[in-house]
Ligand binder design. Structure first.
Ligand code: SF4
Ligand code: SF4
Length: 110
């Protein structure tokens, strides 16, 4: 099983992955294969600020099965200029995830 690993500590919330996915899958207005969720900005009790962007694949995401079959990366991963998206076998992604501080691992149903 493959997975998308997102190191959201360094996600800028630029929406490039969201747009790339919409173009790749020819999705109409209001439909998304991946959606950027936003938490914050919010002040914490310790005076620090919480502000996160987390791209979340939706049920329309097929992990770019056709591109992957052709040996290419998923479109969203290819277009993330911050380089915070990884894709590959879930076991491999889990090992990388263990080295990260703020990340999310999404399994892709084949
Ligand atoms: S893997 Fe492909 S279908 Fe899934 S979110 Fe990324 S671009 Fe969209
Ligand atoms: S393209 Fe990369 S940096 Fe931009 S919102 Fe998506 S995951 Fe975050």
């Amino acid at each position: 099983m493959n997975a998308l690993l997102i190191n959201y500590e360094f996600c800028s919330g630029c929406h490039a992955c969201e747009v790339a996915c919409k173009v790749e899958n020819d999705l109409p207005v209001g439909q998304f294969g991946i959606k950027i969720l936003q938490d914050g900005p919010r002040e914490l009790e310790n005076g620090k600020w919480e502000y996160n962007h987390l791209p979340m694949p939706t049920s329309l995401c097929d992990g770019c099965a056709k591109r992957v079959e052709e040996g290419r990366l998923p479109k969203c991963v290819h277009h993330c200029q911050a380089g915070v998206m990884n894709f590959g076998p879930v076991e491999e992604m889990a090992k990388i995830a263990a080295t990260m501080k703020k990340c999310a691992l999404f399994t892709i149903e084949a």
